[in-house]
Design a protein around this ligand. Structure first.
Ligand SMILES: Cc1cc2nc3c(=O)[nH]c(=O)nc-3n(C[C@H](O)[C@H](O)[C@H](O)COP(=O)(O)O)c2cc1C
Length: 303
């Protein structure tokens, strides 16, 4: 049997599979639908300090390959979230990570503290949100991203990761900045900016016009980000994320340098997708004759 357990910096996971933020509800809902034991961790939907109403409909749209979303991070705010989800976390049988969003570094830090108090095992800092203290979203600005990580790191004792954007021109410099500021891992990546228009009504398919593009078509983009960051910063633990649907996809991300791999959009098509992914992962581990699946991390062969 191939050992699927992996280490992601200070975090030990029973499986490299992570349920990606925003595609797995608050995790609680998925306990009724799928076997949470197939995941090493599951990330609950991003939470802000106060409730965010999200954008008006339409907020999701299918595309030829993958989907667009412009939800606007609808959530009840950390107080209500902690009350509702917090008491259920420990009985789910999978480590639940919280995802923090905010519009200032201090807001991120307060949300992170609330998530820690609610019992999450780690925090993923979602840097793909508007920065009220700067000119662009946090994830495009190394300095702003580092300030958020600094503030979050100072406010909690549990492991903290930074979720970065493939829209950054130089994702390596952002990864270096958040790592220096204390991030225990980076998640690569969030969605790619995209848009679609109905050619008959002439309306954009999302009310916000531009939204996040995810699914099978973004895998080469996110995989490129993993390769670049792992090449320049081999000491930084990585969660690969983007377009994963199969065990083959997971192995690609491991070879590129990821220690763990998140599944997102695939859950909308197949909520139980983790079972087949795990079976294939074991098969590929045997094929490569490794004792531990983690032995494949960063082992892409050069031509
Ligand atoms: C409907 C939807 C909602 C999402 N919401 C969040 C979110 O709240 N926070 C976050 O960090 N990422 C969010 N994401 C991004 C995913 O976690 C993931 O990074 C991205 O979709 C790429 O992976 P995939 O191609 O496997 O879906 C969302 C994605 C989708 C499709």
């Amino acid at each position: 049997m191939v050992d699927l357990s992996v280490d992601l910096g200070p975090i030990h996971l029973a499986s490299p599979l992570v349920a990606a933020c925003g595609t797995f509800g608050s995790v609680v809902e998925f306990a009724r639908v799928t076997d949470l034991g197939k995941y090493g961790a599951a990330v609950a939907k991003s939470v802000s300090e106060d409730a965010w109403p999200g954008r008006p409909a339409p907020r999701v749209a299918p595309t030829e390959a993958g989907m667009l979303n412009g939800i606007g991070i609808q959530n009840p705010g950390i107080g209500a979230w902690a009350e509702e989800v917090g008491p259920r976390i420990s009985s789910l049988g999978v480590p639940v990570w919280g995802s923090a969003v905010g519009t200032t570094a201090q807001e991120f830090a307060r949300v992170a503290k609330g998530l820690e108090g609610a019992g999450v095992a780690a925090i993923e800092v979602n840097l793909s949100c508007p920065n009220l203290e700067g000119e662009t979203m946090f994830a495009l600005d190394a300095g702003a991203s580092a300030r958020v990580l600094d503030a979050v790191r100072a406010s909690v004792a549990i492991p903290v990761g930074a979720k970065l954007s493939p829209n950054a021109t130089d994702i390596v410099s952002i990864a270096a900045a958040v790592s220096d500021a204390g991030a225990d891992f980076v998640t690569l990546t969030n969605t790619v900016w995209g848009a679609a228009i109905d050619p008959e009504t002439r309306r954009p398919r999302l009310s916000g016009i531009v939204g996040g593009y995810s699914g099978v078509a973004i895998k080469p983009i996110a995989l490129r980000c993993v390769i670049e960051v792992h090449r320049e910063l081999p000491q930084v633990p990585i969660v690969g994320c983007g377009g994963v649907r199969s065990g083959d996809d997971v192995v690609e991300y491991l070879l590129a340098g990821a220690s763990a791999v998140a599944v997102g959009t695939a859950h909308f098509e197949h909520p139980r997708v983790a079972g087949g992914i795990t079976d294939r992962l074991v098969e590929l581990g045997r094929f490569h004759e490794v004792e531990r699946i983690t032995d494949l991390t960063g082992r892409m062969e050069p031509w």
